[in-house]
Design a protein around this ligand. Structure first.
Ligand code: 13P
Ligand code: SF4
Length: 327
């Protein structure tokens, strides 16, 4: 069957091609690198120099030789890059690309919590503002939260923030009793009910189940995950961990419990495998704010720069450097 493009489709495709060409030209002129998170729209992932999870992208930012980093992700990710690379210009194509999880803890909230637990070690998920990171001992991502917590003296109390589901998973997996968890959540991942998993797995009994630790639906499965039975079809992983697992697993079908943007890379790197989203509409509106047009404008106009005051950055850098080094 042959398909032909109508006029509107042809014009849109020509416009996209032109934008892609100009973005690539401007990238060279600016000596810029484009980093994109696994939840970005496909066309952004395809034009990026690196696509990855929070940990991988932080490492890419820290290692880059480019003068400019264009961060196609959400604000805290660009801020982390700005802290790690004070001599680079870090741009985000839309300053409004925030994160509901990062917004679930305030500096005042953290300072009060610390005052209630003097001497406790603060472990912050990377999905936090620079001000929160500056008041933290360690930063972590979903890719290394377990290793970070395991590396801390078992006799020390831990304050883990802000994600309650990630924190509960880390607590269950490490068996650590002296760990307090902030009650924050991501509106996208918290919305998935455990019922959704049962329903999908009934429809696809052979499929492997990949769950992001921010997911609310993980709670009833914590005991099963902690047992880590050999051959269990359920895996908990960061977005990059999901990509690695899908590539290595002998399974041909996967039910995927995280934001839908990851399906693009999963399918691209595993064209012979099938990926089934846990829910039809599991989309982060903040990640989707980054478009090709805004990326183009970012490079042409050298906008929007993300900066962190040096006193805050200096305090936050230590916790972020520990995160980048572990796991
Ligand atoms: P990853 O670090 O696993 O990519 O997760 C980032 C995130 O924002 C998940 O919602
Ligand atoms: Fe934040 Fe959730 Fe979006 Fe990740 S999916 S960036 S945690 S709002």
């Amino acid at each position: 069957m042959t398909t032909t493009m109508n006029n509107t489709e042809r014009q849109s495709s020509e416009r996209t091609e032109k934008l892609i060409q100009e973005i690539n030209e401007w990238k060279v002129k600016r000596n810029a690198v484009i980093l994109a998170h696994n939840y970005q729209i496909p066309v952004i992932q395809d034009i990026a120099d690196f696509v990855g999870d929070s940990l991988g992208l932080s490492r890419q930012a820290a290692a880059t030789k480019s003068d400019v980093i264009v961060f196609c992700g959400v604000h805290f990710m660009a801020e982390t890059a700005a802290i790690l690379c004070p001599d680079k210009r870090v741009l985000i194509p839309d300053l409004e690309a925030g994160c509901s999880l990062a917004a679930s803890i305030t500096l005042e909230g953290l300072l009060n919590w610390k005052a209630e637990h003097p001497g406790a070690i603060v472990v912050s998920y990377v999905n936090t503002t620079a001000a929160i990171k500056a008041e933290s001992d360690y930063c972590c991502t979903s890719g290394n939260a377990l290793q970070i917590v395991k590396s801390i003296d078992p006799d020390k109390e831990i304050l883990f923030l802000p994600d309650v589901f990630l924190g509960s998973w880390v607590k269950r997996m490490t068996g650590r009793e002296n760990m307090h968890i902030w009650m924050g959540e991501c509106h996208v991942h918290a919305a998935i009910h455990p019922r959704a998993i049962d329903e999908k797995m009934k429809q696809h009994p052979e499929a492997e189940l990949l769950i992001h630790p921010e997911c609310g639906c993980l709670t009833p499965y914590l005991d099963r995950v902690a047992r880590q039975d050999k051959g269990d079809q359920l895996k908990v992983a960061s977005t990059e961990g999901m990509i690695v697992r899908a590539c290595q697993s002998p399974a041909k079908q996967f039910v995927v419990a995280t934001e839908e943007g990851i399906l693009h890379r999963l399918k691209k790197e595993n064209p012979d495998k099938e990926f089934i989203p846990i829910a039809d509409e599991m989309s982060c509106q903040f990640m989707k704010m980054i478009t090709l047009e805004k990326l183009h404008a970012a490079l042409v106009n050298n906008q929007f720069q993300v900066t962190v005051p040096e006193d805050v950055a200096a305090k936050a850098r230590l916790s972020i450097e520990r995160m980048v080094a572990i796991g």
